[in-house]
Design a protein around this ligand. Structure first.
Ligand code: NAD
Ligand code: WQD
Length: 345
């Protein structure tokens, strides 16, 4: 069964690699383009060990139009694109804004130009709950106001969404699905692929698992004086495999012309807000491993609480986050242990 050829930009990255597996298991052929700026080519082995299929791989930069045209000429008949490729470190984006605007915007604009030229039917775009900033109300629906971005990274997501809307409204001959992820966490249950941050992790789960295994001395909980039941921040932690599955549905929706609208936006979250302290407790409960941690001051720029209203995605896409937080924490831990076995860290 071959349902069509899908180009996955950033496909050796964290969310991309999990999505490639789900696409393959659903019967799609995949070509990945990645410049390996934030991932490793060995990820292809992990993907192949899970699905039994090695995806096509092109090492190239999506901002390089010549290389991208060559890709489209080599892999004829690309039916759809999922665009994960982007720079994503919030702090770095404040220090190096031009890099973020250039990479994230030029990648998308090149793809949109190529889609018209090569007759591609649709593009799924990775957006983020960061577009809502500190929401006025939780859970957050897709119609909640977009708040002024607090980082160049967040701004690239807002601008990319606007570019997609403008291009579709100009009459572009394709469809788009914009997916706003909340906090993706965990790893594939096989522990063959997972998140592999460079250097000291900035995000909660990789810092937590690295602390649990002894790479870091203790986890700092950034603030317990927020207006939340236990004082720590609240997030919507969404399992990465559940998240990956939504992309397959979104691709199918575009290729089979299931929607009236040419551009649609969906929140991808569980609908449940969990505090940082609750998450640490869930990890300890699920794995039996203690996480040394201490409360420190707030981290500048943090949102107090944000979780998704996923009803629109549930009803329209027919997608729902299914994993329990305990399963997700066990998968994150199994991945960290696998990295240790392999001598990676
Ligand atoms: P990631 O860094 O693991 O994956 C991104 C991949 O894109 C990497 O493999 C990187 O090498 C590649 N890449 C970057 N720029 C490229 C370019 N110009 N050409 C080719 N390849 C390029 O990140 P991720 O966590 O998997 O995120 C995927 C997408 O989802 C990103 O767009 C990110 O902004 C978005 N997102 C992520 C989160 C999150 O918390 N992880 C939340 C919301 C949205
Ligand atoms: C989660 C919670 C921290 C580390 C980021 C981006 C956002 C989106 C998702 C891409 C917060 C606390 C963290 C630590 C801690 N990405 N924390 N100790 O900030 O919700 O969102 O990733 O679009 O745009 O900003 O995720 O994992 O960094 O933090 O206490 O060592 O964990 O304060 O409350 P965040 P995170």
């Amino acid at each position: 069964m071959n349902k069509g050829l899908i180009l996955v930009t950033g496909g050796t990255g964290y969310i991309g690699s999990h999505t490639v597996v789900e696409l393959q298991q659903a019967g799609y052929e995949v070509v990945i383009v990645d410049n390996l700026s934030n991932s490793n080519v060995d990820v292809l082995d992990g993907i192949e060990r899970i699905s039994g299929i090695r995806p096509h791989f092109v090492e190239a930069d999506c901002t390089d139009m010549t290389a991208m045209k060559k890709l489209f000429d080599t892999y004829k008949g690309i039916a759809g694109i999922i665009n994960f490729a982007a720079s994503k470190a919030v702090g770095e984006s404040i220090e190096r804004p031009v890099l973020y605007y250039r990479n994230n915007l030029n990648t998308l604009m090149n793809l949109l130009d190529l889609m018209a030229e090569y007759d591609v039917k649709g593009i799924v775009f990775s957006s983020s709950c960061t577009v809502y900033g500190e929401p006025d109300e939780n859970p957050v629906t897709e119609s909640a106001p977009i708040k002024k971005a607090t980082s160049p990274y967040g701004n690239t997501k807002q601008i990319c969404e606007e570019i997609i809307h403008d291009v579709i409204h100009s009459g572009a001959p394709y469809k788009s699905v914009i997916l706003r992820y909340f906090n993706p966490v965990g790893a594939h249950p096989s522990a063959e692929i997972g998140e592999l941050p460079n250097g000291v992790p900035q995000n909660l789960i990789p810092y937590l698992t690295q602390t649990a295994i002894g790479i870091r001395k203790e986890l700092s909980v950034f603030g317990d004086d927020y207006d939340t039941p236990d004082g720590s921040c609240i997030r919507d932690f969404i399992n990465v495999v559940d998240l990956a599955k939504a992309h397959v549905i979104a691709v199918e929706r575009m290729l089979q012309n299931k929607s009236e609208a040419n551009v649609e936006t969906f929140n991808l979250g569980t609908g449940v807000g969990l505090s940082v302290k609750e998450l640490i407790a869930a990890f300890e409960r699920a794995t039996g491993v203690k996480v040394p941690h201490k409360i420190v001051g707030r981290r500048a720029g943090d949102i107090e609480k944000v979780w998704a209203e996923p009803a629109y995605a549930n009803n329209v896409l027919g997608w729902k986050a299914e994993s329990t937080i305990e399963d997700t924490m066990r998968s994150a831990w199994a991945w960290q242990c696998r990295l240790r076995e392999r001598g990676v860290m």
